[in-house]
Design a protein around this ligand. Structure first.
Ligand code: SAM
Length: 250
């Protein structure tokens, strides 16, 4: 039996050939098994975020939540593959300390082989730094962690379990804290396209954009800034068609 499997997690092969996990606690997979773990990280988070932020010297990223670490590791992969010069600072909360320490046994895709030393360092100490990357994992509640930051983040990967199984990380009040932690021209990526999620962002002053790529389910990009290259979601129209729709609340 794979060393990663325990009483709370099962390793699962996703459709792009990368492994993800199933959480028995949340009754949910860590990634869409249909889109694939690696593809989901790249197409729903890393590519759209870096399309907007790639030319900055220092990029501060909030990775909600660390989970198996795909979004953080796919970001490092993208940085190396494209020889980017930016210094990346990645901050990632995660409630499950046991999960983090078990990741040294996880079967990651070959693209992450060159980051084995980083995975090990994060498993053992929760922090990694070199000349290009600073990464910290905060063991605790993302709600508390986010409030520690003001106007800091250029990129937020909003990749919590779904609103129905982990509602506290999708409410109007949660996104107010996220907005306060972001720079005005920061960008948030999420797989969620639900009207409730988009409303929680919209009511906090975010513009909503469609993130689509061939072979991947549509996702969402949000920013207080006006973005080129993404199609704006007409929220006024959606609200007029669904007058009873409400965001989740604390
Ligand atoms: C969908 S997974 C994240 C997947 C991750 N982005 C990846 O690429 O592997 C959601 C994670 O959120 C964690 N979590 C749930 N509630 C949390 C909270 N309030 N604060 C911090 N982490 C939380 C869970 O333990 C789980 O690991």
């Amino acid at each position: 039996m794979d060393k990663f499997n325990d009483e709370l997690h099962e390793i699962v092969l996703s459709e792009d050939g990368s492994f993800t996990a199933y959480s028995k606690e949340y009754d949910e997979h860590y990634h869409s098994t249909k889109d694939g773990a690696m593809k989901e990280s790249l197409f729903k988070h890393v590519f759209p975020a870096f399309k907007i932020k790639e030319n900055q010297d220092d990029i501060n990223i909030l990775d909600i939540c660390y989970g198996l670490g795909f979004n953080t590791l796919a970001t490092l992969h993208h940085h190396k593959k494209n020889s980017l010069n930016s210094k990346l600072n990645i901050y990632s909360p995660e409630l499950d300390a046991t999960l983090i320490s078990s990741l040294k046994d996880f079967s990651y895709p070959p693209e992450f082989d060159e980051f084995k030393h980083i995975v090990l360092e994060l498993c053992e100490h929760g922090v990694y730094k070199d000349k290009d990357f600073y990464i910290e994992i905060f063991i605790g509640d993302a709600r508390d962690y986010v409030r520690e930051f003001k106007n800091k983040f250029d990129i937020v990967y909003q990749d919590a379990f779904s609103p129905s199984s982990n509602p506290t990380l999708w409410t109007l009040e949660y996104f107010t804290d996220i907005k306060n932690a972001m720079k005005k021209d920061g960008v948030l990526t999420t797989y969620s396209i639900s009207l409730a999620t988009r409303l929680a962002l919209f009511k906090n002053g975010f513009n909503l954009y469609v993130n689509s790529a061939e072979g991947i389910r549509t996702a969402t990009v949000a920013s207080e800034a006006l973005l080129q290259d993404f199609t704006l979601v007409d929220m006024e129209h959606k609200i007029s068609c669904n007058p009873d729709a409400e965001p989740l609340r604390d």
